[in-house]
Design a protein around this ligand. Structure first.
Ligand code: SPV
Ligand code: MN
Length: 613
């Protein structure tokens, strides 16, 4: 294709000039191809300049995809009523002939998939403006990082990405004709009241061979913000080929005695406390969602792929989330999505303190309490998956190392899920292999509103990463095991469970208790407290927790609470092993043999404990 000719006819001289600074024929071909196919009225090329960034912010307001709120800088965006979460059903991986990807993945034959999207994409941007944006996943100029190009006709998506990702235009100019970059094409499609109309033609198709993701007829961030969970699928494949890890993990600095900062990563499924943990007061945050991990001289180092947060707003309040609360109530750029907006331009969400407003606008349109949907179900003021998008720099506890191109040294890894009856609140594994297998690879969690479908169903979710895996589970588990083999100083692996309940269904812990678990893990990493060995791992001693509860929360922690929380649930743990053995035997082809061996050993220890009892 003669790209120069096409660009000359379709772009202004100024925009053509911006594109021409990038000497990368592959990238230019890509842009040209989708201008031809999607056929936008106009094209805007976005560089890293302040002028271009502000233009995108203004476009979001001009088109009505975002509306200004009373607090300066804050805006609100609504997604369609049926477009409020990740659409797993229509998120598919291309499968080329002769390639064995995985029976666990939602696959579509590549030729068939391409045909389908080329049909949907044809002229889809007619009447729209195409925004061409450049970003960098991870700090610019770092071995960890991956440059990305995003094409989208949604200024809301473009604006969100500007808050969430590091600008990458100059990085592309610097790199020249490189092949190693990710590509995203998104179109919101035809709009009705500013939301995607043709939801039945919503598709998110991922091509890990060509590092392209196609997304259409949707606006919800998890389906459209290419650099987030769409890039994550590409990065998992790339990491597997190159020998590093892409994880659904926060990165945070936990502050120990004598001003010591110890970095942890933590993997939790969506809506299970990952962001709340990462943002704890008195600790520092590097990232809340996606981390790249590499072995550097025998140590794990990690970077945050992002520079902002696309977080869940439900239940965010001044007591549990003081850091976030501070940012949400100060002037500064924040995009709220799918919350309730009052006449005065204020916001309300489920779990926010204060009275429920008596009227407002939400994702269902005009809203008053008691409003029902077409199926007669009550519409809450905000959607449970309503979100906020904010740059980390607006948070007062952003860690100073966030842009370190070498990443931070990771000393502890935490796995946690929504588990009402099995795991104790915090536990250390015996070693890397035991941790990866019994905690990471055996993570289970009850489903939440972050994906379309039923809530509260217990599901296996290895490393909290199942939704984003683009390689077979067995390969992914093996990659994690191999990663540990090359480490001289592997991080200590822990599990946490914030959701343990008693027989009456009452939570056994308060939300603030996680602060204590982190301090205990920090001390364990440095071997400064002892632990009690059980069949499933190493748990805190009562005396240490009693001291920490007093120091951290000024709370008296009773021996009775300790017993209720930390008594090994032998029956439940045995049942869990049976479930997981079954899953790995029947549903995960080529599971590494060591998985069964480690689980079998744990089972024997548990059976011994049962008999002793
Ligand atoms: C998650 O659901 O894990 C998120 C938001 O972080 S989404 O972009 O929808 O994946
Ligand atoms: Mn996430």
């Amino acid at each position: 294709m003669d790209t120069t000719n096409l660009f000359k006819t379709r772009l202004s001289e100024k925009d053509f000039g911006k594109l021409a600074r990038i000497n990368n024929p592959k990238l230019l071909q890509f842009v040209a191809k989708y201008i031809e196919l999607c056929n936008p009225d106009t094209v805007f090329i976005c560089t890293d300049s302040a002028e271009d960034r502000i233009y995108i912010e203004q476009e979001a307001i001009r088109t009505g995809e975002e509306r200004m709120l009373a607090v300066p800088g804050q805006t609100v965006h609504f997604d369609g009523y049926y477009d409020q979460a990740r659409d797993k059903k229509n998120t598919k991986f291309f499968l080329s002939e002769g390639v064995d990807l995985s029976s666990n993945l939602n696959l579509i034959d590549k030729q068939k998939g391409l045909k389908e999207i080329n049909t949907i994409f044809k002229d889809i941007m007619k009447g729209h403006k195409l925004y061409v944006l450049f970003f960098c996943l991870g700090p610019c100029g770092s071995e960890f990082s991956i440059p990305c190009i995003q094409l989208t006709d949604s200024p809301y998506v473009a604006h969100s990405e500007q808050l969430l990702y590091r600008a990458g235009y100059e990085e592309f100019v610097r790199l020249g004709p490189s092949d190693r970059f990710f590509k995203f094409v998104h179109s919101e499609g035809e709009l009705e009241n500013n939301v995607s109309k043709n939801i039945e033609k919503r598709r998110i198709y991922i091509d890990t061979e060509e590092d392209i993701v196609y997304s259409m007829n949707t606006q919800y961030g998890g389906n459209t913000i290419g650099l987030k969970k769409l890039a994550m699928r590409l990065a998992i494949s790339l990491a597997s080929k190159e020998g590093w890890l892409t994880e659904h993990m926060f990165i945070m600095g936990v502050h120990g005695p004598n001003n010591r900062t110890t970095y942890f990563t933590g993997a939790f499924p969506s809506l299970c406390g990952k962001t709340a943990t990462a943002l704890l007061e008195n600790e520092t945050v590097v990232g809340d969602d996606i981390a790249y991990l590499r072995n550097k001289d025998g140590m794990v180092r990690a970077v945050n792929v992002e520079k902002g947060i696309f977080g869940i707003i439900q239940n965010v309040n001044s007591v549990d989330d003081p850091v976030l609360w501070g940012a949400l109530n100060s002037p500064g750029q924040i995009i709220f999505s799918n919350v309730l907006v009052t006449e005065e331009g204020g916001t309300y969400w489920i779990g926010k303190e204060g009275k429920v407003p008596q009227r407002g606008i939400n994702y269902s349109g005009e809203w008053t309490p008691g409003k029902k949907d077409t199926k007669g179900r009550e519409i809450k003021p905000s959607h449970p998956n309503a979100r906020f998008t904010v740059e980390l720099k607006l948070l007062k506890n952003m860690d100073a190392q966030i842009d370190n191109p070498e990443g931070v040294a990771i000393k502890g890894i935490v796995y946690g899920g929504r588990d009402h009856d099995t795991w104790v609140p915090v536990e250390e594994s015996f070693d890397w292999v035991h941790g990866i297998i019994t905690k990471g690879a055996c993570l289970e969690s009850e489903t939440t509103a972050a994906t379309l479908g039923k809530e509260g169903v217990r599901k296996h979710n290895p490393m909290a990463n199942l939704d984003f895996l683009s390689i077979p589970i067995a390969k992914y588990v093996q990659d994690n095991l191999n990663f540990g083999k090359g480490l001289k100083n592997p991080p200590t692996i822990f599990s946490v469970n914030y959701f343990l309940r008693d027989a009456n269904g009452e939570f056994l812990n308060s939300k603030a208790d996680k602060k204590v678990w982190l301090k205990w893990m920090e001390l364990r990493v440095h071997k400064e407290v002892e632990a009690v060995e059980t069949s499933t791992g190493l748990i805190p001693k009562y005396q240490d927790l009693k001291r920490l509860f007093k120091e951290v929360l000024n709370k008296d922690y009773s021996e009775d609470s300790y017993k209720k929380q930390f008594t090994l649930k032998v029956k439940e743990n045995l049942a869990k092993i049976d479930r997981l053995m079954n899953i790995y035997k029947k549903k995960v082809p080529n599971t590494p043999h060591i998985v069964f061996k480690v689980l079998e050993e744990q089972k024997q220890r548990l059976n011994k404990a049962k008999n002793k009892k």
